[in-house]
Design a protein around this ligand. Structure first.
Ligand code: 6R9
Length: 648
């Protein structure tokens, strides 16, 4: 709302910022009036090209074909841009600071050291038959080798598919098979909050059903026991010890794939979001520099996991392309205690700190003491990502963590967008707590009235679409271009549909309201309701299941499952526990069902469609405002669910 509190840009921040208020205005205008000229300049500034492009941009947003091409004809290498080109000027400067799960364990790598590791791993991969265009799966803890693995792929032109280390063996298997990876890079175990996760064991289970994976490269992280398949498995440290440090970067076309990253949608299995080389790198580097106002020599820390897009763009590619110092954290916010984030900030003198609202809310619960026990005087900029941040959490972050000194950049974007689309710039944008504020350069968002399909002018609320491409936009769903078209370009023809709803106030500020499709956002992690339902119905006692989200104090959304059992099956607490366990095993611990309500029947339309709108209301305990129920086939079903709702 425009009448909400405004935090003006602090004058010290504005004075030295890359972009101040006037520059934002004029540059934004230029970026939408002359996109080709604007993006050519940015591509020149942020990336070193082996060969310049022939055409800046070419695209169609449908209705028939959808294609998006940036910097066509250009040649470059991402690892060269993140490493080699910095060696003369900052070879001995730190590239990655690694903070282990255990506070006494840390390590850092200079650009020169990182370069050498990446070259060696590039050669190891080549020696195992990996060629340009081949897919490599990375299932790793948060250790520098995860970044080394990504960059080694980029160096030799292989396409990486990073799978979050918290995913189950089945999820890993599905992702390996979908993108036909032939090599897997993993570790013996990962370590988080003092607990081991058996990555190699999970990998073994997954690989039992992936006969085409011929190499499993294993990093020794904990030294824990692992099973060994002599034909397939290879210790990372042994292979690296013999590898040469000479590995020429492969010249890639701007539109050659860089990576695939799986993300949940409203239907079916997770889809492989495909990003390409040139446009993605330009956008990653530029957004990292401007959104965080990164200044040379600063220490930058993004707390995400490299298994998510935030880790790809804002731990690895953006910061390293800019020659920044990027901190990688293996642990969790509350181990050994709730002060850990701020202890790490002091220990490594972090200037820019980027985390998720769910972490802020959890720490807020622990009170101000763990924060105030630390100095945090190095902090200059704070950021959030992953879900809408409620104004209370925003203010706590701003006042308690940042001592009312540091601008908070609330960055709205998605796996599909590659980088920030709507975000404040610290030196340019007055802040309104809870608003992601204004579009980044070259980004033209719009709101569509969901029922009319027409664009909304001025202030209003609707479906958030983007009306033209930006360089970091995904290019396709790996192996299923039609799904790409159907998911993002069918609902509102001519536009990219984000799946989110948003409000726009009279100042043109965007207030993201959350997903308006069947995607849940649990602690900043995306989960499709369809995925969870498919897992539930695998159980022989389950006839039908419908999953919705409900407001959760810390996670943002919790998972609420309505389950109909098979005739004659008695619904018991033991069965509930089995079902919770089943979903965790099928998908991973991030998919922990919070509430199960037994449903003798589900509310359906006469044509048999489940009316999720009603289920969401019951789960949120908003039963006095169910809306139109006239299309229900059997209204008594709803009354029964209300009487037995589990979240009162
Ligand atoms: C980067 C990332 C994308 C979904 C997105 C939206 C939600 C992300 C947000 C936000 C409100 C923000 N989201 N950032 N909502 N304000 N600043 O999170 O990618 O995992 O693909 O999730 O997350 O709902 O559509 P991804």
């Amino acid at each position: 709302m425009s009448e909400s509190k405004i935090h003006e840009v602090p004058s010290d921040i504005a004075a030295r910022a890359h972009i101040d208020h006037d520059q934002y205005q004029s540059l934004y205008q230029r970026s939408v009036e002359d996109p080709e000229g604007f993006w050519a300049e940015q591509a020149d500034r942020f990336v070193t090209w082996f060969k310049k492009w022939d055409k800046v941009m070419d695209y169609s947003y449908g209705p028939d074909d959808v294609f998006i091409r940036w910097f066509d004809g250009g040649k470059l290498n991402v690892a060269y841009n993140c490493l080699d080109r910095h060696l003369d000027t900052r070879g001995d400067q730190i590239a990655i600071v690694w903070e282990g799960d255990d506070p006494s364990v840390d390590r850092s790598l200079t650009y020169r050291e990182l370069h050498a590791e990446v070259c060696k791993l590039g050669n190891v991969l080549k020696s195992r038959g990996v060629k340009k265009g081949d897919r490599v799966c990375i299932y790793m803890p948060m250790v520098p080798e995860a970044a080394v693995a990504m960059l080694a792929c980029a160096r030799i032109g292989a396409v990486h598919s990073v799978v979050f280390g918290g995913f189950s063996p089945d999820s890993l298997r599905d992702r390996i098979l979908d993108s036909d990876c032939r090599v897997l890079i993993t570790a013996d175990e990962s370590l988080r909050g003092g607990r081991q996760v058996p990555l190699k064991k999970n990998a073994d289970q997954a690989l039992a059903e992936c006969p085409d994976v011929s190499t499993c490269l294993v990093i020794q992280r904990t030294g824990g026991e692992v099973a060994w398949n002599g034909e397939r498995d290879l210790w990372y440290h042994e292979a690296m010890a013999e590898a040469s440090v000479d590995c020429e970067p492969e010249p890639m076309d701007a539109e050659d794939p860089l990576f695939i990253l799986y993300t949940s949608g409203s239907t079916g299995k997770p889809k492989g979001v495909l990003h390409t080389t040139g446009g993605y790198l330009v956008f990653a580097a530029m957004t990292h520099l401007y959104t965080f106002d990164y200044q040379d020599g600063e220490m930058y820390w993004c707390t995400a996991d490299v298994g998510w897009v935030t880790g790809h763009t804002y731990i690895v590619y953006g910061p390293l392309a800019n020659g920044a110092k990027t901190l990688m954290f293996e642990g969790v916010p509350n181990y050994p205690d709730n002060s850990r984030f701020w202890q790490v900030v002091d220990k490594h003198q972090v200037n820019i700190f980027y985390t998720a609202p769910t972490a802020i809310r959890a720490l807020m619960r622990a009170g101000t003491d763990p924060v105030k026990a630390t100095s945090r005087s190095s902090l200059r900029i704070l950021g959030t990502v992953g879900e809408p941040i409620n104004p209370e959490a925003w203010e706590w972050y701003y006042q308690v963590v940042g001592d009312s000194r540091c601008p908070v950049v609330d960055t709205w974007w998605q796996t599909e967008t590659g980088g920030h689309l709507i975000t404040p710039l610290p030196g340019a944008t007055p802040l309104k707590p809870g608003s992601a504020t204004r579009p980044f350069f070259g980004v033209v968002p719009a709101l569509v009235d969901a029922s009319e399909g027409t664009l909304i002018d001025g202030a209003g609320e609707g479906a958030l679409v983007i009306t033209r491409p930006w360089p970091g936009q995904m290019r396709t769903v790996h192996g299923d271009h039609q799904r790409f078209i159907d998911t993002y370009f069918k609902q509102y023809p001519g536009y990219y549909f984000s799946g989110d709803g948003s409000r726009r106030d009279a100042d043109g500020y965007y207030w993201i309201t959350g997903r308006i499709d069947d995607v849940l956002n649990v602690s900043g992690h995306r989960l499709g309701t369809a995925e969870i339902e498919s897992a539930l119905v695998l159980h022989e006692a389950v006839a039908e299941a419908a999953v919705v989200g409900y407001p959760h104090d810390i996670k943002g959304q919790g998972i609420y499952a309505y389950v109909t059992t098979m005739a004659g099956v008695e619904p018991t607490d033991a069965l509930k526990q089995e079902l919770v366990k089943l979903v965790r095993t099928e998908i991973g611990p991030i998919a922990t069902v919070d509430i199960i309500q037994w449903a003798p029947g589900l509310p359906k339309t006469r044509s048999g469609k489940i009316m999720r709108r009603i289920l969401r209301k019951i789960a949120a305990n908003e039963v006095s405002a169910l809306g139109d129920t006239s299309t229900l086939a059997d209204p008594t079903v709803v009354e029964d669910l209300i009487d037995h709702r589990a979240n009162q």
